[in-house]
Design a protein around this ligand. Structure first.
Ligand SMILES: *[C@@H]1O[C@H](CO)[C@@H](O)[C@H](O)[C@H]1NC(C)=O
Ligand SMILES: *[C@@H]1O[C@H](CO)[C@@H](O)[C@H](O)[C@H]1NC(C)=O
Ligand SMILES: *[C@@H]1O[C@H](CO)[C@@H](O)[C@H](O)[C@H]1NC(C)=O
Ligand SMILES: *[C@@H]1O[C@H](CO)[C@@H](O)[C@H](O)[C@H]1NC(C)=O
Ligand SMILES: *[C@@H]1O[C@H](CO)[C@@H](O)[C@H](O)[C@H]1NC(C)=O
Ligand SMILES: *[C@@H]1O[C@H](CO)[C@@H](O)[C@H](O)[C@H]1NC(C)=O
Ligand SMILES: *[C@@H]1O[C@H](CO)[C@@H](O)[C@H](O)[C@H]1NC(C)=O
Ligand SMILES: *[C@@H]1O[C@H](CO)[C@@H](O)[C@H](O)[C@H]1NC(C)=O
Ligand SMILES: *[C@@H]1O[C@H](CO)[C@@H](O)[C@H](O)[C@H]1NC(C)=O
Ligand SMILES: *[C@@H]1O[C@H](CO)[C@@H](O)[C@H](O)[C@H]1NC(C)=O
Ligand SMILES: *[C@@H]1O[C@H](CO)[C@@H](O)[C@H](O)[C@H]1NC(C)=O
Ligand SMILES: *[C@@H]1O[C@H](CO)[C@@H](O)[C@H](O)[C@H]1NC(C)=O
Length: 847
């Protein structure tokens, strides 16, 4: 055993320099790793290989290539295999529900479910979303999101994901992926990777060091892969000079070798830029399929068939693409999901339309395209629960909240109101009117209905005999003051929105232009607080806003952050305001006093010269959000992990133990070499076998897999580096070996135990948090490495256990290309937040 291990290590260290190439990013110039199954993928791989073995060249290509933008019924649709009765893949946005249809739910955004810090709610949200996608006949849900992670707070799409902390996001990714896939739908971890802002997203070239890549941005993707995610979407930006979808380092080396990803990589819409290069760099599916200039209006389709016939893309690479796609399919379409539902909606028509073109762009085959299948089931209850449990109570002076039948209330502000014209009045939520319950862009879904705050509060006021005045405008400050001055409690609402860069609202091109409230929200809050000594501020924002004045204001007695709660917004809020739900939300990000407080800055304007692609160096390294605040000694307004409850908790009696002595050995995780690349079936090279059959009636402008004729003479034969087309056995990286990386990384090395007691008078749920100091100047003061959700009756005490894995206490060693436990003394902190630490201990060194 010992001997074998040593031999392995020797063999690997001999291979490593080769993998690392010369100078540039590691892994460049090597063949794209082929899927090998294993670790929960074996059965799926068996079925996939069997299926792919039956396919012709053009049938294989068909499954890799989208039929084109708006050609079909889904946001993305691949070609099919009619001969075997296999329809194309239906891919549909987005991360908070089914986009562009009716009969669906509008779930709370990722950032909200992160704010619950509840693994259970993350999982149940995933299951419920998966059920809705499945019910519409969709194969792939385009979510969840770990990119952007949230490098900068103004990043337009941060709310789609979970948190700028990679550990919290990693848990969110894993739970959501498992939830979605347990409902028979393939999840898609996106946008891979470093797509941290909307400005210049299609051209920005990001420079990042290898350690930051591993410890920050790759971390949550590793969790998604370990959770068995079926697909990953490469992003728009460049990394180290190469587009993400052409990037050998990020796709071949990190995702497919080191993280042992067994599913397929699809491009973001039009994020593919090359034909053979992207194939050799590990791309497996192109979306939406069209959009390229040249012979086939697609980088793939007929073009890929040609590349395979010319030998520029080896058969094993094409076979690997299709095996990966089909393996993801079989992984989720199993057991009770073995029969595939029909697609029963069309993304391209108004959700209220029933009859329309099956082939939208072609405007042909008019039929019943939307069966209006209602897939909401009882998900409203879960949505309301997540909405309530994600509310972060930031301030609550003298038990202002919960409200107990106040005599009078003033509700003030646009953000409390119904949306004029209905909740879906603006497509892709491209306006900011009325209450804000989701951001804007492709990560939206139609609301079936939207319970506004005023609707829910009015209902409660009626039940309580509370007199209520509602001021709808943000701009009539006199009316606001007057209403506020007469009420026992003034509830003032404001919001801040953001989204995807293809939409601009009030000059905000996806990313936020500032960190203040929108539509005069700050002035409104100040006016109300100037007139009422019991002012409650309610915020619907996509991330942090500048709030120091409100925290300090003596008349502002309570502040709640409600994020983007989805369709049950008002009910969720009322549950917390009136004490039916004791808030458990903890802020998933840090609240600073200015954008400058956060260190790293969003690049709104690329510096000259304008001729070169805009470059961005993530030189802040791992120091974003709370890690930066701690390092720069900046006191936040409200810290990461902060949130109040209607009760009080106390922690006691921390013990820390090593689980094994000596610790379990850490060696190569999955052997040293892969098998050689397999191929499935023979390719018929005859031109006729690969051309559109006589009599076939094409849908225009579908992208098809057929070549135009005998190999197109206008197309020069480009010979690819033989290393990248080499299908012989390849080295497995030492940090790899299983989905998520070396399985030894997940060995539990330490166990921590302590007790939490509810010292207040009402039941509540606490979120104890574990931070680890890894030691040395290169590491943050502390990094989140554990949290739990503990429900306690008044006076009750419960034990809490945190496990620390090898990965949790390791740093990435760039030279070794592996995780190592550094020699510094380490400490653990158990806290109510990232700064309110109650218990601490040193971590015993491993013997
Ligand atoms: C490719 O897919 C298209 C669209 O689904 C279909 O019409 C065509 O017949 C397929 N081609 C082959 C070779 O199966
Ligand atoms: C979607 O509608 C089709 C056609 O009515 C139906 O066959 C299919 O079962 C529906 N899907 C679900 C999951 O209800
Ligand atoms: C369908 O919705 C569109 C807007 O999405 C609206 O203009 C139209 O009036 C609606 N039609 C019906 C029949 O409700
Ligand atoms: C689509 O075709 C129908 C008839 O089949 C026609 O009435 C309609 O105007 C066409 N729509 C467009 C946008 O061309
Ligand atoms: C809170 O209550 C205490 C004691 O009743 C009182 O002195 C203080 O002014 C109150 N603070 C606010 C902000 O109302
Ligand atoms: C809705 O919002 C848009 C932009 O956010 C604004 O221009 C428009 O005036 C608003 N409409 C209403 C009715 O408030
Ligand atoms: C509200 O007032 C009515 C009549 O004034 C009374 O009958 C009822 O009990 C009150 N309800 C509550 C909840 O106080
Ligand atoms: C910040 O942006 C919002 C939305 O565009 C705008 O309403 C607000 O006035 C801006 N704040 C400042 C200080 O310019
Ligand atoms: C607090 O509210 C009272 C009105 O009740 C007002 O007179 C006072 O100026 C307010 N305080 C501040 C700091 O705005
Ligand atoms: C990026 O920043 C790091 C850290 O400041 C620096 O070492 C590196 O040279 C920079 N790279 C580029 C390409 O500017
Ligand atoms: C903590 O330990 C002390 C001393 O052993 C003990 O008295 C106390 O009850 C413990 N607290 C809890 C919450 O277990
Ligand atoms: C801690 O790890 C042990 C051993 O791997 C496992 O049995 C236990 O469930 C884990 N506990 C928690 C709270 O994660």
């Amino acid at each position: 055993m010992m001997l074998r291990l040593t031999t392995c290590i020797a063999a690997l260290s001999a291979l490593l320099p080769a993998i690392q190439a010369q100078g540039g990013p590691p892994g460049v110039g090597f063949p794209s790793p082929w899927g090998v199954g294993g670790h929960g993928w074996d059965e799926a791989y068996e079925k996939a290989r069997d299926f792919v073995g039956k396919l012709t060249l053009v049938e294989k290509v068909n499954l890799t290539t989208g039929t084109g933008w708006m050609t079909d019924r889904c946001i993305g649709m691949t070609g099919s295999v009619p001969r075997l009765g296999f329809r194309g893949f239906c891919l549909e946005d987005g991360p908070l529900g089914v986009r562009y249809t009716d009969g669906n739910s509008a779930f709370p955004a990722g950032i909200n479910v992160a704010a619950t810090w509840s693994r259970d709610l993350m999982r149940r949200r995933g299951v419920a979303m998966g059920e809705e996608f499945r019910g519409k006949g969709i194969d792939v849900q385009l979510g969840p999101v770990a990119g952007p992670l949230g490098r900068v707070p103004a990043g337009g799409r941060n709310w789609e994901g979970f948190s700028p902390d990679p550990y919290l996001t990693g848990v969110g990714m894993a739970e959501t992926v498992q939830g979605i896939q347990s409902a028979g739908v393939i999840a898609c971890a996106k946008h891979y990777i470093l797509n941290e802002q909307e400005h210049y997203r299609g051209s920005v070239d990001v420079t990042i060091d290898d350690r930051t890549m591993h410890e920050l941005y790759l971390w949550p993707f590793a969790d998604a892969v370990r959770a068995g995610v079926g697909s990953v979407m490469c992003s728009y930006n460049k990394i180290g000079g190469e587009y993400s979808c052409d990037n050998e380092w990020t796709t071949n080396y990190l995702l497919k070798n080191e993280l042992n990803f067994q599913g397929f990589v699809m491009s973001d819409w039009n994020a593919q830029h090359t034909d053979a290069r992207s194939a050799l760099a590990g791309l497996d599916m192109t979306m939406p399929g069209d959009g390229a200039r040249g012979y086939y209006t697609s980088f793939w389709g007929g073009s890929l068939t040609e590349l395979v016939l010319r030998g520029e893309v080896p058969q094993w690479r094409l076979d690997d693409m299709v095996v990966r796609i089909m393996a993801a399919y079989y992984k989720v379409n199993t057991g009770k999901f073995a029969t595939r539902p029909e697609i029963n909606f069309s993304a391209w028509m108004s959700p209220n339309q029933t009859v329309g073109p099956l082939y939208f762009k072609a405007n042909s085959t008019i039929t019943e395209v939307n069966k209006h299948v209602n897939v909401q089931a009882d998900h409203a209850e879960l949505i309301r629960e997540i909405g309530a449990k994600s509310i972060v109570l930031l301030k609550n002076v003298n038990q202002t909240l919960p409200l107990v039948k106040p005599g009078s209330i003033a509700v003030i502000g646009e953000d409390a109101q119904d949306i004029p014209g209905g909740p879906n009045a603006c497509e892709d939520r491209r306006c900011n009117n009325g209450t804000l319950a989701m951001g804007y862009g492709s990560a939206t879904a139609n609301f079936p209905y939207l319970i506004s705050p005023i609707m829910a509060i009015r209902k409660q006021a009626e039940a309580d005999n509370t007199s209520l005045v509602n001021i709808e405008s943000n701009w009539d400050l006199d009316a606001a003051r007057q209403a506020a001055s007469k009420a026992e409690v003034a509830l003032v609402f404001a919001n801040a929105n953001s989204g995807e860069g293809f939409i601009t609202i009030d000059g905000n091109n996806g990313d936020r232009n500032n960190l203040t409230l929108w539509n005069g929200g700050d002035d409104l809050i100040r006016a109300v607080a100037g007139a009422n000594p019991n002012t409650v501020v309610v915020l619907h924002t996509v991330g942090p806003v500048i709030l120091d004045y409100a925290k300090a204001h003596p008349n502002i007695t309570a502040i709640l952050w409600a994020g983007l709660p989805g369709q049950e917004s008002g009910s969720s809020l009322a549950d917390v305001l009136y004490g039916r739900v004791n808030p458990q939300g903890r802020s998933p990000f840090t609240w600073g006093r200015s954008a400058a407080d956060y260190g790293a800055q969003l690049m709104y304007k690329a510096p000259p010269p304008s001729s070169s692609p805009p470059a961005q160096n993530f030189s802040e390294g791992v120091f974003i959000d709370y890690r930066y605040f701690q390092r720069a000694h900046i006191g936040p307004v409200y810290e990461f992990g902060f949130g109040l409850s209607y009760t009080r908790f106390r922690y006691a009696n921390l013990t820390v133990e090593t689980t094994h002595e000596p610790p379990p050995p850490y060696g190569p995780g999955g052997g040293v070499m892969t098998p050689a690349a397999p191929t499935f079936g023979e390719i018929d090279k005859a031109a006729a076998a690969n051309m559109q059959p006589e009599g076939f009636r094409p849908v225009k402008p579908y992208v098809y897999p057929w070549i135009n004729g005998p190999l197109d003479p206008r197309r020069p034969n480009v010979s690819q580096p033989t290393t990248t087309t080499n299908g012989s056995a390849q080295p497995i990286l030492p940090a790899g070996g299983a989905p998520g990386g070396n399985p030894g990384l997940y060995d539990v090395l330490y166990t921590l135990n302590f007790f939490v007691t509810n010292e207040g008078k009402v039941a509540g749920t606490d979120i104890p948090q574990l931070y680890v100091q890894l030691g040395g100047d290169e590491n943050p003061w502390g990094v989140l490495r554990g949290f739990d959700e503990v429900s306690l009756e008044p006076g009750e005490t419960k034990p809490v256990t945190f496990n620390l894995t090898r990965r949790d206490v390791s740093n990435w060693d760039t030279e070794k290309q592996d995780w190592v436990i550094n020699g510094h003394e380490k400490f653990v902190f158990v806290g109510y937040s990232s700064t309110a630490i109650a218990l601490n201990s040193s971590l015993p060194a491993l013997k």
